[in-house]
Design a protein around this ligand. Structure first.
Ligand code: MLT
Length: 397
């Protein structure tokens, strides 16, 4: 028996696991200190009442033999029509028409972003922005693929554009971006679609944070760009949109028009999912189906506004200290320059030890993240205010 030795090429632990371990160690050593976590993007607002109501009704359905549900319907890889219809409704409001068979319900974007790689041959070359959500890189290292990087930096506003002299087969984009908070305009995405089309590549578009966009010039979905259905797969999540980090539900769109080597990627994905996945629980799906109703959208927007307010609190604090940052406007992440010439992990330790505030070191997202630091707006308002007061006190000194 031989192990998949590609795993040996990974860093020892996943970025957020390292941050979590360091935080736990600090708390153990200093049980008297109140540590505030603005590190992993985990939500703190409770689920919207309309979601809770729908989940309660689904629990009742499970208690009666007439309405009890076993496996989900296999027609759409275990996605219930009520949920698929509401997802299609959300797309229709962005001017995008989808067929039910193009929408795949999952337990979250992270799983699908990793699982989608089953569809692609190991010899494909991957293009990943740097810095970016570490899952794209780690999953491709596991598969032994060659990875190229598109530099995201101050010069390009952390929004790299395609270089047509570079050949890639699989391209990742995340907009609004995790970690930098930068978001592509529709005009910029046209170029990426043109590039993917010219290279006969597939664009994997992570739209997990699209509900934070308020600027109409910014794209909410890659399918707002003409031709994208022929080259892109889109990954979405209820985690940040509707507070589902603990509930688990997401959806992936694989258009029927997406064909490579004469093979429909939609059919391949359906085959993969029906073989390796048994769907998301009925109760979760019914809760998710309530999110994109009129009432649901109103209720989630109150939570999104709450996080936007937190982002403003952090931004005001950094403005007051004269520290450069991006994000926080159409994104829940604030990407700040580490002060005092510190590198990312140095600033992590400095902030944890002296202000008992945890963030995420920028270098964990790629080499261009070195010297930067990510704070999330997903904490409670009280914690965010308290963290900012501590940061201000520390850095004013
Ligand atoms: C993050 O903090 O980057 C995210 O919460 C990670 C995730 O969504 O898996």
């Amino acid at each position: 028996m031989k192990i998949n030795s590609n795993f040996l090429n990974l860093k020892d632990s996943y970025l957020f696991a390292t941050v979590g371990r360091k935080t736990t160690e600090f708390k153990k050593a200093h049980p008297d200190k109140k540590v505030i976590r603005l590190s992993i993007g985990d939500v703190t607002r409770p689920l919207a009442p309309v979601v809770i109501g729908a989940m309660h009704r689904a629990v009742d359905d499970m208690s009666r033999k007439e309405t009890f549900k076993g496996y989900g319907p296999d027609q759409y890889c275990y996605g219930y029509e009520a949920l698929i219809d509401s997802i299609k409704g959300s797309y229709a409001r962005k001017g995008i028409a989808l067929e039910s068979a193009e929408v795949f319900v999952s337990d979250g974007a992270k799983s699908d972003l990793g699982n989608i790689l089953d569809l692609f041959a190991p010899e494909n070359t991957v293009l990943v922005p740097d810095p970016v959500y570490p899952v794209y890189v780690d999953t491709n290292i596991m598969a032994g693929r060659k990875i190229l990087y598109a530099d995201a930096n101050l010069a390009n506003g952390f929004l790299p554009m395609p270089d047509f002299s570079v050949d890639a087969d699989i391209i990742y984009l995340c907009s609004p971006n995790n970690p930098t908070g930068a978001a592509y305009t529709k005009e910029q995405l046209k170029e990426w679609v043109r590039y993917a089309t010219e290279k006969n590549a597939v664009l994997l578009y992570d739209a997990a944070y699209e509900y934070f966009i308020t600027d109409p010039a910014l794209a909410r979905s890659i399918y707002q760009i003409e031709g994208a259905k022929k080259c892109a797969i889109e990954f979405c999540s209820y985690s940040k949109t509707a507070g589902f980090t603990g509930v688990r539900c997401g959806y992936t769109v694989v258009p029927q028009e997406l064909v490579r080597e004469g093979v429909s990627l939609n059919k391949l994905w359906a085959r993969r999912q029906s073989t390796k996945f048994n769907g998301v629980s009925y109760i979760t799906q019914m809760g998710a189906a309530a999110v994109f109703t009129e009432e649901g959208e109103k209720e989630i927007s109150e939570n999104l506004d709450y996080y936007r307010e937190n982002a403003k609190i952090i931004a005001n604090c950094l403005d007051g200290l004269g520290i450069f940052y991006t994000g926080g406007k159409n994104s829940p992440y604030i990407w700040m320059k580490c002060p005092l010439g510190m590198d990312s992990w140095e600033f992590f330790d400095y902030l944890l030890e002296n202000a008992n505030v945890v963030g995420t070191p920028g270098s964990g997202f790629g080499k261009n993240g070195e010297g930067f630091f990510r704070l999330t707006a997903f904490g409670t308002k009280e914690d965010t205010q308290e963290a900012c007061s501590r940061i201000e006190l520390l850095l004013r000194k």
